[in-house]
Design a protein around this ligand. Structure first.
Ligand code: XMP
Length: 513
């Protein structure tokens, strides 16, 4: 995709935000972690470079450096925060360490009419800072283009080489005019905004067609979630009935789920060749008596692969496997920060082992989650499916605390249905990221009618989040909580107490296991 934006990631927590903002402005953006060879990325013909922020000090030994090939490529460059310091440090300017650093809001004033400031107010505006070093002297060829009260060089520019640098973060929500500054840079670089979901869909369908050839058969594991559904829809447009989709009913799904998935997918995409495999007995048999969360997850992951592979064999010769891998998975796997500590062994259909005898098709590997929804809409996938709340691969097995017995699953399904209906009917289903019931393993004493009861406890979990990395408990209206609790206790036999989980993530996780 020539003429796109190449972002070099120096480890800032905001790098993905730069890419999303750039794409939202209509320009395709690709992220390359610093330290990896730049040749292949430059070879794809970017039209501009953005150097991200990062936690290091450019003056320290071992800090990420500026690959000279990036400057030598002669492309317009925007350095942000660490990116600015790196430009100053590498091109002959001078940095100094600040005693305390500067974090949070600052009032920025531009000092020229450079291209970055086109359409901006003449006076100061609020920007967001987060840095420990500062540029003391600009490199040869640069002029100072902006300042704050505390920072004499808050922006600099080399008008001849079209290299711009800003100490603040234009990509964060709290910086005023940030999106305009990014768009100004890209316009000054001579790029035209051509990134549209309709053209992405068309190009990707063409690419899948070319990859599979006229006879290639493709298999896809559907999870019922948005990523695998959109990936399958896209591939189905490319190869028609040579796509074979498999949905494994592991017996750990929510009330009505199999029917919902069948209805949503077969109505929108009859040519998807959807096979629903009922493997619930096998999964429940393997899980019988198991209490340990990690062991449950491992059993489910392994059984899923077995069932899926056996089903694929029945279809005859299959050449390709579709996976709903997204862009954040692709970048994170080579993140300069290294892999984060393992908290839970997540299992999903994207986690199929690489040694299956298929070539991979990953049509969404350039997209962020919100872009997948836009694409799904473009492809005619029903809203109900596009906006389904995330549901973990191991399903209800990690929401029944303790052994996963059929009776426990049945209690949980009924309680969970009441929670889902309650939140949906209150019109909160798009505001709340995830909402569900958890069946606890202990029992509690209660009084029902005139007698003593000794029943199970259901926890309601409802969280707000943007990416599931952090989450807060949802401030649901008390009346809604009361209604759900009373329905669960009255309608689900065996339950005599309902509690509301008010833990944040961290330190809690969204799921209980
Ligand atoms: P936790 O519980 O780690 O969950 O805060 C974060 C998000 O991931 C979902 N989740 C999973 N998704 N396979 C998945 O596809 C899994 O094994 C899995 N475990 C948790 C969870 O529902 C939440 O959205």
């Amino acid at each position: 995709m020539a003429g796109h934006v190449l972002i070099i990631d120096y480890g800032s927590q905001f790098t993905q935000l730069i890419a999303r903002k750039t794409r939202a402005a209509g320009f395709y953006a690709e992220i390359l972690p610093a330290g990896l060879p730049v040749g292949p990325s430059l070879g794809r013909g970017p039209g501009a470079l953005i150097l991200s922020g990062g936690p290091a000090s450019a003056m320290e030994e071992g800090a990420p450096t500026l690959d000279p090939a990036l400057v030598a490529a002669g492309l317009p460059i925007l350095g942000i925060c660490y990116g600015m310091q790196l430009l100053a440090h590498s091109l002959g300017g001078k940095l100094t360490k600040e005693a305390t650093g500067e974090y949070g809001p600052a009032s920025f004033e531009r000092l020229n009419d450079g291209p970055l400031w086109r359409g901006l107010p003449g006076g100061p505006f609020k920007v967001w800072m987060s840095h420990g070093d500062r540029v003391e002297a600009t490199p040869p060829g640069f002029l100072v283009s902006g300042k704050t009260a505390d920072l004499p060089v808050a922006a600099m520019e080399d008008p001849i080489r079209k290299i711009h640098a800003i100490q603040f973060h234009p990509e964060v929500h709290h910086t005023q005019n940030g999106e305009l500054i990014l768009a100004n840079f890209l316009a000054a670089a001579g790029l035209t905004p051509t990134w549209k979901m309709s053209s992405f869909a068309r190009d990707t369908i063409e690419a899948v067609r070319a990859k599979t050839g006229p006879d290639g058969h493709v298999i896809c594991a559907l999870s019922g979630g948005v990523d695998s559904a959109v990936a399958a829809a896209l591939v189905s447009k490319a190869v028609g009935s040579r796509l074979h989709s498999i949905f494994v009913d592991n017996g750990l799904l929510r009330d009505g789920e199999v029917d919902e998935v069948r209805a949503a997918l077969t109505s929108a995409y009859p040519e998807m060749n959807l096979t629903i495999v009922d493997a619930s007995a096998l999964f429940l048999d393997r899980l019988a008596g198991e209490e340990d969360p990690e062991t449950k997850r491992k059993i489910i992951g392994k059984t899923f692969i077995e069932v899926f592979t056996a089903e694929a064999k029945k279809l005859g010769k299959i050449d390709f496997l579709v996976q709903g891998t997204l862009y954040p998975d692709v970048i994170e796997s080579v993140s300069p920060q290294g892999p984060s500590a393992m908290i839970k062994s997540h299992h999903n259909v994207g986690g199929l082992p690489k040694d299956l005898p298929f070539k991979l098709i990953e049509p969404l590997r350039d997209l962020f989650k919100d872009e997948v929804r836009v694409l799904g809409k473009e492809l005619g996938i029903p809203d109900d499916l596009l906006w389904r709340q995330p549901f973990p691969g191991p399903g209800l097995a990690i929401r029944v605390i303790g052994p996963v017995e059929p009776e426990a699953l049945s209690i949980l399904r009924r309680a969970d249905r009441i929670v889902r209906d309650g939140i949906k009917n209150a019109g909160l289903d798009r505001e709340v990221w995830q909402y569900f019931a958890v069946l606890l393993s202990n029992k509690s004493v209660g009084v029902m009618g005139d007698g003593r009861s000794y029943g199970r406890v259901v926890a309601i979990r409802a969280v707000t989040s943007v990416d599931a990395m952090t989450a807060d408990w949802a401030r649901l209206p008390h009346d809604l909580l009361a209604r759900m609790a009373s329905r669960i206790i009255n309608e689900v036999s065996g339950v005599n107490r309902v509690v509301y989980d008010i833990s944040t993530k961290p330190p809690g996780t969204i799921e209980w296991e």
